[in-house]
Design a protein around this ligand. Structure first.
Ligand code: NAP
Length: 274
């Protein structure tokens, strides 16, 4: 009876994890969301399976994460197999602007950076801490951080990506935090690692491109141009369904024995991000 907790399960990839993982009637699938009632309604109308449980969990509020871990323990009997840290703040403000483009808006820049770090780094560190006792008692013992290819130093340097800095630096910081958790807990047989889901057609994708200035649209075209150069086969975003299938395959295959602890790979299970 595998058990899963997925954060940011209200929409996008998180909702698709709920859908695919609950296909196994023996699985217990728990989604953490900020809007419990709305997500429960959506789950019941679009998926309608009784093995899905929705709990309140806001990455900006560690008390809600502590309570979610307590409530998860009541559902699962105290253990957890897979923790999928999927929820994230994907900044629209700096999506296609550089740090320096925001030099004349220091307050906005600071707000953007602090929110990105509070949600994507601090929030996930609290999440890992509160759920660790459950993971210790689980069978699979896997903690997965959903990262992004544009948090990979080599890729950013190679394609000269200069935008989305609040988001990319917060995800890079999270990657490093995951490595530190790996350093501390691999001896207990717990696998921590980071995985990028590819470029996926979700709100998270659109937030960066909707309602943009001319400069941002120009920068966005430049970025997709750089992606095309990096991966000439890249034709555009994949669907959440495709992404989650590939990501779960990587998650199920990954193990400490194979050397995956603390690693950072793509939905393809490699360092090819697109
Ligand atoms: N889509 C892509 O192309 C892509 C590429 C690379 C990496 N990723 C990563 O994949 C993951 C899922 O992205 P997505 O595309 O599905 O994004 P999305 O559609 O924007 O969904 C983001 C999810 O995160 C939740 N969230 C935001 N702030 C939160 C907070 N403070 N506490 C708890 N949950 C919060 C949102 O909940 P609300 O509904 O309450 O806002 C939503 O469920 C993210 O980690 C993202 O960085 C996505």
């Amino acid at each position: 009876m595998p058990s899963y907790v997925i954060t940011g399960a209200s929409r996008g990839l998180g909702f698709e994890f709920l859908r695919q993982l609950s296909e196994d009637p023996a699985a217990v699938v728990i989604g953490l969301v900020r809007n419990k009632d709305a997500t429960e309604k959506r789950v019941s109308s679009e998926i309608g399976r009784s093995n899905i449980h929705i709990l309140h969990g806001d990455l900006e509020d560690y008390k809600s994460l502590k309570k979610a871990a307590e409530d998860t323990a009541k559902i699962t009997g105290g253990s957890l197999d897979y923790l999928i840290a999927n929820g994230a703040f994907i900044s629209g403000k700096s999506g296609f602007l550089t740090f320096n483009d925001l030099a004349d808006d220091p307050e906005g820049l600071e707000e953007d950076l602090l929110k990105s770090f509070k949600t994507n780094v601090v929030g996930n560190i609290h999440l890992f801490n509160y759920f660790l006792p459950l993971i210790r008692k689980g069978e699979a013992k896997k903690v997965i951080s959903i990262s992004t290819g544009i948090a990979d130093y080599d890729l950013v340097r190679d394609i000269e990506l200069d935008t989305s800095g609040a988001y990319t630096t917060s995800k890079a910081a999270l990657n490093l935090a995951v490595v530190e958790y790996h350093a501390q807990f691999h001896n207990e047989g717990i696998l921590f690692f980071s995985i990028s889901p590819g470029v996926v057609a979700t709100d998270g994708q659109n937030v960066a491109t909707d309602n943009k200035s001319e400069k941002e649209l120009e920068n966005s075209q430049k970025m997709f141009g750089k992606f095309a150069k990096y991966a000439p086969h890249f034709k555009g975003p994949i669907t959440p369904e495709e992404s989650v299938k590939l990501v779960m395959k990587v998650i199920y295959n990954a193990s400490l024995e194979r050397g995956d602890g603390g690693s950072f790979v793509s939905h393809l299970g490699t360092r090819q991000w697109l």
